[in-house]
Design a protein around this ligand. Structure first.
Ligand code: ATP
Ligand code: MG
Length: 230
């Protein structure tokens, strides 16, 4: 039976070090209620990506625990974990293959109709149809014939189709032209509704749509408030 997560994430006194003598997160606690959109900001090396990797169980805590709906991530079935938590990183936007296969990555049994619906939901359907072979157009890892903004939309369609309870997004730093920026921002709003999200935010427009903004420095949260508080 499939387990349905509500997307409640909790860091319970987590200490984490990549290497024994250098602690990155010291005694870190944080509660993210179901459905909340959290924008994570802070200077380079603050520990933002480390936090994201702990939620997606790329790494396990050295001490303490990361919990999903009160269950230690280490006690979840890997299949349940992969379905519940999806991370979208800047590097892993696309792999070599068709646009359709790229969208279906998290749901290999998806039908073409589901793939097209997911693309439509995030506003990617129009440009995909305009590609030489539409959804069957081959793209390579670096994007090939698709722009940076279009790559992001494809990765958003993939996440939308996977429909995780928790979405972790390491936002791209590359700048987009204004129309693409607007499309990506609208897609993001669609993608974020009805799930928990933690976004390592590089754009002010993303921080503005968050429910909560966390400022990290040296592995600790130094500010925690709404976008208008900060
Ligand atoms: P940025 O804004 O530059 O992406 P960040 O806030 O995401 O920074 P992290 O990548 O989480 O920061 O890095 C936090 C600390 O952990 C840094 O001091 C970094 O050097 C260290 N670190 C990150 N990844 C590793 C690793 N794989 N092995 C060892 N140390 C690492
Ligand atoms: Mg980072």
């Amino acid at each position: 039976d499939l387990w349905d997560s509500t997307g409640h994430v909790h860091f319970d006194d987590v200490t984490f070090a990549y290497k024994k003598d250098r602690v990155i997160l010291p005694n870190f606690s944080l509660d993210i209620p179901s459905g909340q959109t959290v924008a994570l900001v802070g200077s380079t090396g603050a520990g933002k990506s480390t936090l994201a990797k702990l939620i997606s169980r790329f790494y396990d805590p050295s001490d303490g625990a990361v919990l999903l709906d009160g269950v230690d991530l280490r006690d979840l079935h890997p299949k349940d974990l992969r379905r519940a938590i999806v991370m979208v990183t800047q590097e892993a936007y696309l792999f070599s293959g068709s646009v359709a296969d790229n969208i279906a990555l998290g749901k290999p049994d998806a039908t073409r109709d589901e793939i097209v619906a997911a693309a439509g939901a995030v506003g990617a359907d129009e440009f995909i149809r305009s590609l030489p072979n539409g959804y069957d157009t081959d793209v390579n890892k670096r994007g090939g014939r698709v722009s940076a903004g279009q790559r992001q939309l494809i990765s958003f369609a993939r996440a939308f189709l996977a429909d995780p309870a928790v979405l972790i997004l390491d936002e791209a730093t590359s700048s987009l032209d204004i129309p693409s920026e607007r499309l990506v921002q609208e897609a993001l709003q669609t993608l974020l509704s009805d799930r928990t999200a933690v976004i390592i935010a590089h754009r002010l427009s993303t921080v503005a749509i968050a429910d909560r903004v966390l400022v990290m420095e040296h592995g600790a949260i130094v500010e925690d408030g709404t976008p208008s508080d900060l």
